[in-house]
Design a protein around this ligand. Structure first.
Ligand code: WT7
Length: 683
């Protein structure tokens, strides 16, 4: 693994001229023109984009945007396109079918097993969605109801969510890796009396019995006096006969069959294929106000229970569609693959709504990226000739551990745009993505955004923006960023502080479900007049934005504000380090000190020499004050199922506190036991 030498990591990477030629935005000057219009004349900018979508009733004159971002001036609210009525499902399905695109493939479905695949067109999806929308209606689901969805990455998941959207019910998708506790907690908060699930799913070699977990969640709800009325169950792993009733021709017979270990509850549980069989494939959409809620999705808060982030109809759709088109430079012949699960916001916006609003053809992947081996991703890229790939830095770093060989085994020549999301991408990983995976030919879109923002907020545009490894570069259209200090004063020029947004964009969340006060206090109270991202940020001499990590991951060593991300990034530059996580830890004289966990590359040895080298590296890279006090050998790091390092847990390990709090989102808890066991001896 090559080290990110100063030159490589700091130079500017210009878009490939070949890519630039056909790009939607071809130069940084063109980007600036469009950007300025989006900020100075938002009505002109967004109204033009809105023209391609269908409104049953057009927006009311003069009611394009009303909002208040200042808590001191009364309740915070954001309203776009008031008076308009529309339907998001109609816009992502019927609109394309009516334009003659019914036979276009919406999803190539790639199963966990490399021999298991299928495909589904826009026309087929529309029929499936209408059928399931009718099923939901027959079971009493109506506008405004919250429907919980706990499913694997299969086309029925998209059908379920769009069926909700068609009738104005809010879907509340819970990632299929959450526990029964987390599922029931979310169902209780949202009062979801309908649950849609599947029998089970294989991820790699691991079987997840979704139905059993769903049953447990329903029982937990019951204990809180809440009755789940109906559980719809897709037979995904069951017998071939049963699934042949469904809309897609699924090679289910190839899947390892397993029989349900849980009972089927008569009257409550309903097989998906049974109810779909008799349902009509015509269903008039419910026409909804532009500001009616589309869905809710839970995201963890730094304190308390998860927050149900609520997104709107038209604003969210416009923003998902526009960011997808420009950040990835999507064209109609592209084959696009986002590796995220639909259970996260990345999957909502960039597996379902954004691509489908653009009539895109995507790959939907059910499996695990390292199964059956570490070249699976590149096998998939070549199989479908993928042109746009969207994934997370954590996966890139994991793949780096195996070196270049598994990547080079496949040609990857179709790739044009590579994108990342989820956390700051360290220059090492960026350069591996760019040089090794992309063969130095592709643009990299490092997209900074949040569950709350609905879509990308800072990102390069592939044909326009000169890239700097590790920087999310510039704001997307409609985003007005500012960097503020503790007092909420805007900083000018080169600076470091808190990243905030000054005005609403169409995709911003509208409220926290059932708790508008929490919306205001979390995002708007600390810096009145601004939306607070909760991230630290630097702006450099060229105006590029560099996310330094969550503010709650910031710490102060002897008066120096440090971010975990910058320490980690310098540790990872060491050739023996695959992954690093830094946390703050109380220190008698410095206030806080840095405690670093490091995962070594295969075959490397952890010893005193390495510890010294690592401390020296951070010292020379950032400054003596930043050198970690403790370096802890971590064969694995505690991560959420979406791959985020759980620094909260690491902080506990650093102080030898075994009271870890809620760890229901942790992917593999055995790594924690190992870390407690091998705490450095001097502590
Ligand atoms: C937090 C939001 C948005 C989809 C996935 C995560 C971090 C996200 C980047 C990036 C640096 C990033 C931020 C943000 N983050 N993308 N490109 N560079 N940091 O959604 O769970 O709501 O997390 O992820 O800290 O606040 P989320």
């Amino acid at each position: 693994m090559a080290s990110a030498s100063g030159d490589q990591a700091t130079r500017l990477y210009h878009p490939n001229p070949e890519l630039q030629k056909n790009a939607h935005v071809k130069s940084i000057e063109d980007y600036k023109k469009l950007y300025d219009q989006s900020i100075n004349e938002p009505e002109v900018f967004w109204s033009k984009i809105a023209e391609q979508f269908y409104f049953k009733t057009p927006p009311t004159e003069g009611k394009f945007l009303e909002y208040n971002f200042n808590v001191n001036d009364g309740p915070v609210f954001v309203k776009w396109f008031q008076g308009a009525t529309t339907n998001v499902c109609y816009n992502v399905l019927d609109r394309h079918v009516e334009n003659g695109l019914g036979d276009r493939i919406a999803f190539y479905w790639e199963g966990n097993d490399p021999d298991d695949s299928s495909k589904v067109t826009y026309g087929q999806l529309l029929k499936g969605v209408c059928k399931f929308a009718n099923v939901l209606k027959q079971h009493g689901v109506k506008k405004g109801d919250r429907v919980a969805i706990y499913m694997p990455m299969i086309p029925e998941l998209v059908i379920a969510m769009l069926a909700c959207a068609r009738i104005g019910a809010m879907h509340s998708i819970v990632f299929g890796g959450f526990s029964s506790d987390s599922l029931s907690g979310r169902m209780l908060d949202a009062k979801s009396s309908i649950l849609i699930t599947a029998d089970g799913v294989y991820r790699g070699t691991k079987l997840v019995n979704l139905k059993q977990i769903s049953d447990e969640a329903v029982t937990l709800c019951k204990k809180q006096d809440f009755t789940v009325e109906k559980v719809f169950v897709v037979r995904h792993l069951g017998s071939a006969e049963a699934s042949s009733n469904g809309d897609r021709s699924s090679p289910v017979a190839k899947r390892p069959c397993y029989s349900l270990t849980t009972d089927f509850h008569e009257g409550r549980d309903v097989w998906w294929h049974d109810v779909m069989e008799g349902a009509s494939d015509k269903c008039e959409p419910v026409w909804l106000d532009a500001e009616d809620p589309l869905f809710m999705l839970y995201t963890s808060g730094s304190t308390g229970t998860p927050k149900g982030v609520v997104h709107s109809q038209m604003g969210y759709l416009l923003y998902a569609a526009t960011t997808f088109k420009y950040s990835f430079d999507h064209h109609k012949d592209d084959i696009y693959w986002c590796t995220a699960d639909i259970g996260w916001i990345t999957g909502h916006t960039y597996v379902c709504y954004g691509p489908m609003a653009n009539g895109a053809t995507s790959v939907m992947f059910e499996g695990a990226p390292l199964y059956p081996d570490e070249s699976r991703c590149w096998q998939i890229v070549d199989k479908y000739n993928i042109t746009i790939l969207y994934t997370a830095p954590t996966l890139i770093r994991t793949l780096m551990k195996y070196g270049e060989a598994p990547v080079k085994k496949y040609s990857r020549k179709s790739l044009r745009v590579l994108a990342t999301v989820g956390e700051p991408i360290n220059p090492e990983a960026w350069l591996f993505y760019y040089n090794v995976i992309g063969d130095g030919r592709c643009s990299i879109s490092d997209t900074f955004w949040q569950t709350e923002t609905g879509g990308h907020t800072l990102t390069p545009l592939p044909g326009a923006t000169p890239m700097k490894p590790g920087s999310a570069t510039f704001p997307f259209f409609g985003i007005a960023p500012a960097v503020v200090n503790e007092k909420g004063e805007e900083l000018e020029g080169v600076c470091e502080g808190y990243l905030v947004f000054k005005q609403p964009w169409p995709g911003v969340m509208r409220t926290v479900y059932g708790d508008h006060e929490r919306y205001e206090s979390t995002y708007f109270r600390q810096f009145p007049g601004y939306y607070k991202t909760g991230d630290g940020c630097k702006r450099d001499e060229d105006g590029y934005y560099w996310i330094t990590g969550r503010i709650d991951d910031m710490f102060n060593v002897s008066g120096h504000l440090l971010s975990t991300a910058e320490i980690e990034s310098s540790l990872i530059e060491h050739s023996k380090i695959a992954e690093a996580a830094a946390v703050a830890y109380p220190h008698p004289t410095k206030g806080e000190a840095c405690y670093a966990f490091v995962t070594l590359i295969e075959g490397a040895e952890f010893n005193d020499k390495l510890i010294l080298e690592l401390k020296k590296q951070v010292r020379s890279k950032i400054g003596p004050f930043a050198a970690p006090e403790v370096i802890h050998n971590a064969p694995g790091l505690p991560k959420t199922r979406s791959g985020k390092i759980m620094r909260r847990v690491l902080r506990k390990i650093a102080v030898n506190d075994h009271d870890l709090g809620d760890v229901s989102t942790m992917a593999d808890s055995t790594v924690v036991d190992i870390l407690f066991e091998n705490r450095p001896k001097e502590l």
